[in-house]
Design a protein around this ligand. Structure first.
Ligand code: ADP
Length: 689
């Protein structure tokens, strides 16, 4: 039927047309039989110039070095009914050959039919593409920076080893996943991956390259600090194309920077510390110079108060303890002279040694104390040891923090040096140390000034004593000499001396001699008492008898001074005492009662009270003023002027020492102008230690 459609001429013409078309197209068509012998070929002269294949076997025409098996395999597959393809080289060109089964008119497979395309250019392009892709991958893998490529939806397309390693991801199983999806796979990197997602969003929102630093935690190691650059890529139409993420590990750089900063800081701190130390030692050496400048106690106190200002605060107080257990605010200063009057009101605010805490605690414990305002308080309550009475002054001065250090010299606590500042938390450890150093120097200077003052006072007292003593000694000597001269005159007169006058003169000489002896004994006793060289000679002694004897001995003086005396010492009061020393006690007390008794009656009583011997000596004389009363038992202490009353100021001192050596006490009550009563209590037996 078909042959009826076309005439032979027509068919030949069609064939010629087709051959021309094929000859001009870059293809080559061939037909083989089942033994793969070429039956017919047609196609481009360009593709296969001068190729005479018909009648030849496929195996014969395969190029040398070509892998025949892949070609044959493709053809066998075609023979088995499946299309196949392979590449082959010919005349320095590459052809892609597609083969299919060829069927005869009955539809049976009669061989293969193949068509070969010249793909030389395409293969070259592909090769170039592959090469450049390989180069790119090599580049990606050789760089230590982490590189990620993501698509417009944030899906990971590509990541180099460094990038995967940062998140401990394996090469398989990350592609196509977003940060959020990857986050759900790793608990450890969850946060970091979610942070990446957020930062991607910020880059897209910015629409341009962004840079930031991210810290990616690492299991079992410190986090890696990464400098991340994100480059958004867009299609020409403005649609998102993808995101390039570059991460540079700057952990070492940061560590180096941190180390450098640390060293810099260390150096700065060392410099600052050296500067502080320099200023400190300058301050302390200038303080030492200033303190060494004066030996005047009061001037030193004022200096001490000023010395630390403003270096150690705005306000300073020097509190001193003396013999008196109470504390005295000895000096105070403010750095701002205009504030001194206000600050002066704190002079009365003396620490109470009985109260807990505050400056009193510093004195008690000898330990420094940083004083701070309590929460909600404007001023430091610890500066107001009298409750809140001075809190308004502290507030006015704006004192918000304080530092108190003990003043200790030669093992003795002298008081405290207290600084206060308007700055809260002004005082640190180094300030405490500095204040302690300053206080040490100040205490030493104050102690030196005190010792100097005491030695000056002692010298003055000695001079005073020497003048009184010489006066006291001269008086009986003058009287003695007068008596002797009178006797000389009588003796030279040649006549019988008037024996009454001689007796009076001798009596006077005896009295003055006794007075001299007493004076000299007193002086010797004082020095013995001072050096603890008095030994008691204890025996059974009746105090009443001793008192009666002394009264009898002083009968002459009593008579001469017309002083009446009432004696109540009848019952014996016996104890183990030193008779001679008890006589001394009674004599001194009775001497004084006569001397200061203004000729008014003197009452002397000896009694026994609860097993203790009690000697009372009361006069109605000039009495003693209350301010002198505490001192009269001291050495060289007197309550009257030596011009009016003689005496070395030693009698009562000796009396008290003797009484105390016997384990007893002496006590005086006196009203000026009305008289004095001395009471001596002696235990009847006492073993001196
Ligand atoms: P003095 O040698 O001065 O009498 P004392 O030590 O005996 O020394 O006494 C000390 C001071 O005490 C006296 O100077 C005097 O002022 C005062 N005094 C002592 N006894 C009496 C007294 N009975 N009445 C008044 N004053 C007295």
């Amino acid at each position: 039927m078909r042959s009826l459609l076309f005439t032979r001429e027509e068919l030949l013409r069609h064939e010629a047309v087709l051959r021309r078309m094929l000859a001009q197209a870059p293809v080559f068509v061939f037909l083989t039989d089942r033994e793969l012998r070429f039956l017919a070929t047609a196609g481009s002269e360009l593709a296969a110039p001068g190729l005479e294949l018909e009648g030849k076997s496929l195996l014969d025409v395969l190029g040398a070095g070509e892998e025949p098996s892949s070609v044959l395999a493709a053809h066998y597959r075609a023979l088995s009914g499946e299309p196949a393809r392979y590449d082959t080289e010919w005349s320095h060109r590459t052809f892609e050959v597609r083969v299919e089964p060829a069927f005869d008119e009955e539809g049976a497979c009669s061989g293969t039919i193949g068509i070969a395309f010249d793909v030389t250019g395409q293969r070259q392009e592909e090769e170039e593409l592959r090469t450049s892709a390989e180069r790119l991958r090599t580049l990606l893998e050789t760089t230590s920076d982490a590189i990620y490529l993501k698509d417009a939806d944030g899906r990971w397309l590509e990541a180099n080893d460094a990038g995967l390693q940062l998140f401990h991801l394996s090469r398989a199983g990350y592609q196509g996943l977003t940060d959020v999806e990857l986050a759900s796979l790793s608990d450890f990197f969850r946060e970091a991956l979610l942070a990446c997602y957020s930062s991607d969003q910020r880059t897209w929102a910015a629409g341009q390259v962004t840079r930031q630093e991210e810290a990616i935690p690492q299991p079992g190691a410190s986090p890696r600090v990464v400098e991340v650059t994100k480059v958004p890529l867009y299609h020409p139409n403005g649609q998102r194309k993808g995101l390039v993420v570059l991460g540079r590990d700057i952990t070492l750089r940061r560590m180096a920077e941190q180390e450098r900063d640390r060293l810099l800081l260390q150096e700065k701190e060392a410099r600052a510390a050296a500067e502080v130390a320099r200023r400190r030692s300058e301050f302390l050496s200038s303080a030492s110079r200033v303190l060494a400048d004066s030996l005047d106690y009061d001037a030193t106190l004022a200096t001490v108060a000023r010395l630390g200002l403003p270096f150690l605060g705005e306000w300073c107080a020097v509190d001193m303890t003396g013999e008196d257990p109470r504390v005295a605010r000895a000096a105070m200063a403010h750095a701002d002279p205009s504030k001194e009057p206000g600050a002066k009101r704190l002079e009365a605010c003396v620490p109470d040694l009985e109260a807990p805490g505050g400056i009193a605690e510093v004195i008690r414990s000898r330990r420094p104390l940083v004083l701070t305002a309590l929460a909600g308080e404007e001023g430091i309550l610890a500066l107001c040891d009298h409750g809140r009475a001075h809190l308004d002054v502290v507030r006015e001065l704006g004192l918000r923090s304080g530092l108190s250090v003990p003043l200790v010299a030669r093992g003795r606590t002298m008081g405290a040096l207290t600084f206060a500042s308007v700055h809260p938390d002004r005082y640190q450890d180094e300030d405490v140390r500095l204040a302690e150093d300053l206080a040490w120097r100040a205490a030493l200077a104050l102690d030196n000034a005190r010792l100097y003052r005491e030695s000056q006072e002692a010298i003055q007292a000695r001079d005073e004593f020497l003048s009184i003593a010489s006066h006291e000694l001269r008086t009986p000597i003058t009287a003695l000499r007068l008596g002797i001269q009178r006797l000389f005159r009588l003796a030279r007169g040649g006549a019988e001396p008037p024996w009454k006058t001689v007796a009076t003169s001798l009596d006077g000489i005896e009295r003055q001699g006794r007075r001299l002896t007493l004076l000299i004994n007193s002086l010797m006793d004082v020095s013995r008492l001072q050096s603890h060289h008095i030994q008691l000679d204890l025996e059974e002694v009746d105090l009443s008898e001793v008192v009666r004897d002394v009264v009898a001995q002083l009968g002459g003086v009593l008579a001469r001074t017309h002083t009446p005396l009432v004696l109540r010492a009848d019952a014996p009061v016996v104890g183990r005492w030193d008779r001679f020393r008890l006589e001394q006690v009674v004599t001194n007390l009775l001497d004084n009662a006569i001397k200061y008794g203004a000729r008014a009656p003197i009452e002397v009583t000896v009694a026994l009270e609860d097993g203790t011997a009690v000697l009372t000596l009361g006069d109605r004389g000039i009495g003693i003023s209350p301010d002198r009363l505490p001192f009269i038992f001291g050495r060289f202490e007197r309550a009257v002027s030596s011009r009016h009353y003689g005496g070395l100021g030693l009698g009562l001192y000796i009396v008290r020492q003797i009484v105390e050596l016997h384990g007893g006490t002496i006590h005086v009550e006196s009203i000026p102008g009305q008289g004095s009563t001395f009471t001596v209590r002696l235990p009847r037996s006492f073993s001196p230690g």
